[in-house]
Design a protein around this ligand. Structure first.
Ligand SMILES: [Zn+2]
Length: 426
């Protein structure tokens, strides 16, 4: 598929405020919702401890399951996430799975017992608009819609569990549903992209936190896969003739976020020159020839977003920034990032001198003219390494696709309506 083909089918989510007029919308314009954001699911986070709700939701005929095999989503076509039904996954999800309260699960914890990871993602309340005739949606108190879960179908756990996961995957493969192992997940419709991002981030976190980060014992998945607890007792110890009491662990007695999923904030920035006529872009060593993007880096502890933007641009390119404005954000589930997108500008041409000697992270950084950037957005944007469109002229700049926040920041930075010099016109 050529880059112009993929750019045509790439779509962004709609802003949640799309129908609403407000003072803020008039002042700041339409919200940019980046790909992987704008989920259709109401997470109903306060119901994650309600085992009666979870038990009803998981077996409900309208429930759907996003399946991940070694973190790759199962799809039924190149761009189509498979929404499995309960009958597809029954071997891995017994109907009794949420029958016990969390209190009982913690009391009866036995570290010898493994289970496939099952995560409650939320309820799609918009499903009412597309529901098939005769299909009932889940109604729970005032909430109505299609419940969504993520399920791990990797071959893990006991030999029996591995065989069950294998047979679920094989049965689906016979129907043309297979794991999507490339990184090109940005091609799915935006609603599927957002559901997948949530599923992948939680699944990855669960798989990395099987053991308590404080005392080293096995943890138990609670809150429907969104928290891991270090239970006070373990029946595996009792089976060895020992006391089931595990001894103290600070995660049980103090307020601690050790067992909650993490999100790592990262800055990403499109930088304008002092005269607003050029854009600073950089390339890493792993980029194919002609590819450049906006600069990015992790926010460090005790650092504001704006300070992190200034530090990264100075460390990687030697350029000193003036004003920094936050533009939009993008969840990035590889594995747990939140990209905080900014637009920044240099105030003095003397601060534009590029110096790659501080931190040798970038292979190159360069100022590109607005015309070069406009041409690249039109004919050179695409997935990293993808062949260009027919209109692309060899040697010209290549940029990330519209589903990457880098592309949205570049578009905004060269948009006169967005960065227009209002004070100068007064
Ligand atoms: Zn512990």
């Amino acid at each position: 598929m050529s880059n112009s083909d993929t750019n045509n089918i790439l779509q962004l989510p709609n802003p949640a405020h799309i129908q609403a007029d407000s003072m803020l919308a008039r002042r700041f314009g339409r919200e940019t919702v980046n790909y992987f954001g704008g989920s259709p699911l109401n997470r109903l986070s306060f119901l994650r401890t309600d085992h009666a709700f979870l038990s009803a939701a998981v077996k409900h005929p309208s429930a759907r399951f996003v399946l991940l095999k070694d973190l790759s989503p199962l799809i039924k076509g190149p761009n189509s996430l498979y929404h499995a039904e309960y009958k597809d996954v029954q071997k891995l999800v017994p109907p009794t799975i949420f029958d016990k309260s969390e209190e009982d699960m913690l009391k009866e914890f036995d570290s010898r017992i493994t289970k496939p990871e099952l995560i409650f993602l939320g309820v799609d309340e918009s499903a009412a608009a597309s529901v098939q005739t005769g299909e009932e949606l889940l109604q729970w108190t005032i909430y109505k819609g299609r419940p969504y879960f993520a399920l791990d179908v990797s071959e893990k756990g006991t030999d029996e569990q591995k065989a069950e996961a294998k047979s679920v995957v094989e049965e689906l493969a016979a129907r043309g549903i297979t794991p999507f192992t490339t990184r090109q997940h940005l091609l799915q419709p935006p609603t599927d992209g957002a559901i997948y991002a949530q599923a992948r981030a939680y699944m990855d976190w669960n798989s990395r936190n099987k053991f308590c980060g404080t005392c080293g014992h096995r943890t138990l998945s609670i809150n429907a896969g969104t928290k891991r607890a270090c239970p006070p007792t373990d029946q595996a110890l009792a089976a060895e003739g020992k006391s089931p009491e595990k001894g103290p662990c600070p995660t049980r007695t103090t307020i601690s976020n050790l067992s909650f999923p993490r999100t790592d904030p990262t800055i990403i920035v499109a930088t304008l020159s002092a005269d607003g006529k050029r854009l600073l872009l950089g390339r890493s060593k792993r980029f194919p020839p002609n590819w450049y993007s906006t600069l990015a880096g992790f926010i460090e502890p005790g650092e504001s977003v704006e300070d992190a933007v200034r530090r990264e641009v100075w460390e990687e390119a030697g350029v000193t920034l003036s004003r920094v404005v936050i533009h939009s954000t993008q969840p990035w589930p590889y594995p747990a990032n939140l990209m905080i997108g900014a637009i920044a500008q240099v105030s003095d041409p003397a601060h534009e001198v590029i110096n790659l000697e501080h931190d040798p992270e970038l292979e190159d950084a360069k100022w590109f003219s607005i015309a070069e950037v406009e041409e690249a957005l039109k004919n050179g944007a695409g997935m990293l390494g993808e062949p260009p469109s027919k209109e692309y002229v060899e040697g010209n700049l290549r940029l990330p696709p519209v589903t990457a926040i880098a592309n949205q920041l570049i578009q905004a930075a060269i948009n006169q309506e967005y960065v227009g010099d209002k004070l100068a016109k007064m």
